[in-house]
Design a protein around this ligand. Structure first.
Ligand code: PSV
Ligand code: MN
Length: 396
């Protein structure tokens, strides 16, 4: 690799940070069952501890996304404890995720529920989550709605859209000036006929209706197969409406597989659109890069480290694209030239440069290996095994 390319990789690694999800360290399952792991995190303290390990070994995950119901079940009262955990484990609270899908009252929706008292309950929860975020000094409130219906004719789609506009606007009014609201979409599951916020266009309209600090969140798993996600990204960037990502990969639907494990070129193309935009406009896009994965089979901490390492590789490969040359080739309709600029960057082995960068920061050159040698997994497996085994029997 030429030294100019190494410089580009170094520069890209300096600017790239990615948030990891607390729920990625906990036991999760499929619709059919749950295979628990002896080392899985159960308490917020264990989640902070595990997330802290990922940051310690990679240096690029300074924040952890929290789900209010799972990590702060007593709401505001838990914020002091969470702030203490953050200080102890060296990783700050990141985006705050209200939970509008698990409570029994949300059987027929949250902001789209035909029952006014349930819509109001959902609003109270979002407002409380915003307040929690303020206590934790978190900027982003990340909203995902499971709202929808399973059978044609059972829901008033236009009425629900109006409720969403109204309740998102009211939620937005509760944000502090430094905060943002991210509106996520998903085409189906758990709803199988219609989902209220099913695609990026719906999230865009909702974010616009909510207010100036509402942006769209793109979860890469939340698209129909073969959808061109990088085009969605490019359009949202040009509208100044791209707020963040939930990265994961999938083969069929929202599979929550490891980022880049199925289609790394797609992630590269997404990063390429972002860097093209940034270099062309001369300004940094204000994007929260986040991982949204929960692994049932792989060890959770290892999978998270593997994901972060992959994210760095794909981001720095995209940074190798010469966007000036790319623009020229596009203008000249030099199709092969333009395409090979992307392909050459993608084919470049950036791993030695990344290792060099890690060494220059005093970080382990191979974070996964460093984790395996650290003894951390052995220790937490011993500490948590008995309790996790109990949770298997209580699950059945
Ligand atoms: C829903 O599938 C989702 O992508 C949302 O972001 C949730 O907050 C997250 O997964 C965890 O359930
Ligand atoms: Mn998500």
């Amino acid at each position: 690799m030429r030294s100019q390319e190494t410089d580009r990789v170094f520069q890209s690694l300096e600017e790239f940070r990615i948030e990891i999800p607390s729920w990625g360290f906990a036991n999760t399952g499929t619709r059919f069952g749950k295979f628990t792991q002896a080392a899985a995190a159960t308490t917020p303290e264990e989640k902070f501890s595990d997330a802290g390990q990922v940051h310690l070994l990679t240096g690029v995950c300074p924040t952890v996304a929290l789900h209010v119901l799972w990590d702060l079940p007593e709401g505001i009262q838990n914020t002091d404890k969470v702030n203490k955990l953050a200080a102890r484990y060296g990783i700050r609270p990141g985006s705050i995720n209200p939970n509008l899908f698990q409570d029994q009252v949300y059987k027929y929706g949250s902001f789209g529920n035909p029952d006014l008292s349930i819509r109001e309950q959902a609003l109270r929860h979002v407002k409380e989550s915003i307040e929690i975020a303020q206590h934790l000094n978190s900027r982003d409130i990340s909203l995902w709605f499971a709202d929808g219906s399973n059978y044609p004719g059972t829901a008033n789609i236009r009425q629900r859209k109006r409720w969403f506009e109204e309740y998102l606007r009211t939620s937005h009014a509760a944000l502090a000036p430094y905060q943002r609201m991210l509106v996520e979409y998903k085409p189906f599951e758990p709803a199988f006929y219609h989902t209220d916020l099913a695609d990026w266009g719906m999230s865009l309209l909702m974010a616009r209706a909510a207010g100036p600090r509402a942006k769209v969140l793109v979860d890469t798993g939340h698209h129909y197969l073969s959808q061109n996600i990088e085009q969605i990204v490019a359009w949202l960037l040009s509208e100044n409406m791209l707020g963040g990502f939930h990265f994961n990969d999938r083969r069929y639907a929202d599979d929550d597989l490891t980022m880049g494990s199925i289609d790394p070129y797609q992630v590269f193309r997404i990063f390429n659109e972002i860097l093209f935009f940034e270099r062309e406009t001369g300004k940094r896009a204000d994007i929260a890069y986040m991982i949204d994965q929960s692994h049932n089979l792989k060890n959770k901490i290892e999978a998270m480290i593997q994901t972060v390492v992959m994210a760095q590789q794909l981001y720095s490969k995209a940074a190798l694209v010469d966007h000036k040359k790319l623009a020229e080739a596009q203008n000249d309709a030099d199709l092969l030239g333009a395409e090979s600029i992307l392909q050459d960057a993608f084919a470049t082995d950036v791993r030695p440069a990344i290792q060099e960068w890690r060494a220059s920061k005093g970080m382990p050159t191979d974070p996964l290996n460093a984790f395996r040698e650290s003894g951390y997994l052995l220790r937490i497996t011993k500490e948590r095994a008995a309790r996790n085994a109990q949770s298997v029997s209580s699950y059945a």
